[in-house]
Design a protein around this ligand. Structure first.
Ligand SMILES: C[S@@+](CC[C@H](N)C(=O)[O-])C[C@H]1O[C@@H](n2cnc3c(N)ncnc32)[C@H](O)[C@@H]1O
Length: 291
């Protein structure tokens, strides 16, 4: 297990269960966001995540879920994702241990594979849980969204005396329409299941305060740690694959090189094309001038 740290941001390079067992103090974390492998055969840097059976996968998950809960402060919040087919098991397991306050649907515009003979999957579920429903952080004012009915349509609530215009802002409901990270988006990194900054912004703003500690096992491209840093929170990320640890080190500005390799954002194909056409136009322009 290797540890990298710069100011409030820490990365552990190694197995999440081992890091949770050995490196993180009990009752020390304010917010945990877990986006684990889903047991659907994704390829993470050459390693295919697929367990021998659903039961084996769930056994593994229950292990890190219990560890996470032991790390969470009594006032802490726990957000967890998994594939739609496994979420009911997580839900039933967690009902006995914490208060599940929201069952969130992260919905997006299109699936990578366009289904032809069934209804394509256009959402991923997220559970929002707390240890104590009388005492937890929820910063309503930080996450308000426009209330589409109500003030925008200038509806009047005639039940009030005197009648009043409806509120123009509201706390988001539990269906979150947020686009997936696309190849051409500035935040894109080379990872098959990168989560959007907007998704993590809402979660971190709602469920933590400045200087709180955010724990992020299975960090991938370290989206949660990146957003935590922008919002002046502490973050602890854990990732197994060196290629993704390198993304984290760069994204969090912990290091600009790794084992002698300079850490630079991968150039995307359209950027190369742009660069090439720019160079070509410069050459042409240069040639014109010489004539
Ligand atoms: C669903 S992805 C996380 C994506 C991330 N939320 C993001 O925004 O980029 C799961 C990650 O867990 C990592 N992983 C798999 N097994 C692990 C383990 N035992 N310990 C730590 N990380 C692991 C994979 O390499 C992968 O990057």
């Amino acid at each position: 297990m290797e540890r990298f740290k710069n100011g409030k941001q820490t990365i552990f390079w190694g197995d999440a269960i081992e890091a949770l067992q050995k490196e993180i103090e009990d009752n020390s974390i304010d917010l945990i966001f877990v986006d684990p492998p889903y047991n659907i055969g994704k390829n993470f840097n050459g390693s295919q995540e697929k367990w021998s059976s659903s039961n084996e996968y769930l056994k593994w998950c229950y292990n890190w879920i219990d560890l996470c809960l032991s790390k969470l402060k009594p006032t802490g919040s726990f957000y967890v994702m998994t594939a739609t087919q496994f979420m009911p098991y997580f839900d039933i397991y967690l009902q006995k241990k914490v208060e599940i306050l929201s069952r969130i649907v992260w919905s997006y515009d299109s699936s990578a594979v366009q289904a032809k003979k069934h209804y394509g999957s256009l959402y991923e579920p997220i559970l929002f849980c707390v240890k104590d429903k009388q005492n937890y952080t929820f910063n309503t004012d930080e996450i308000l969204v426009e209330a589409k009915t109500g003030a925008k349509r200038k509806l009047i609530d005639y039940r009030k005396n005197p009648p009043q215009v409806y509120n123009s802002k509201k706390v988001p409901g539990n269906v979150w329409d947020i686009p997936r990270v696309r190849y051409r988006m500035p935040e894109y990194e080379n990872h098959p299941t990168q989560k959007p900054i907007l998704l993590l912004e809402r979660i971190i703003k709602a469920s933590s305060k400045e200087n709180d500690v955010v724990l992020y096992p299975f960090s991938g491209t370290f989206t949660t740690s990146y957003v935590a840093k922008q919002l002046n929170r502490e973050s602890i990320g854990i990732e197994l694959q060196d290629e993704y640890v390198k993304i984290g080190l760069r994204r969090l500005q912990i290091a600009d090189e790794f084992n002698g390799e300079k850490l630079e954002k991968e150039v995307r194909t359209f950027e190369t094309a742009k660069q090439e056409s720019y160079s070509r136009s410069q050459t042409l322009f240069g040639n014109e001038k010489q004539k």
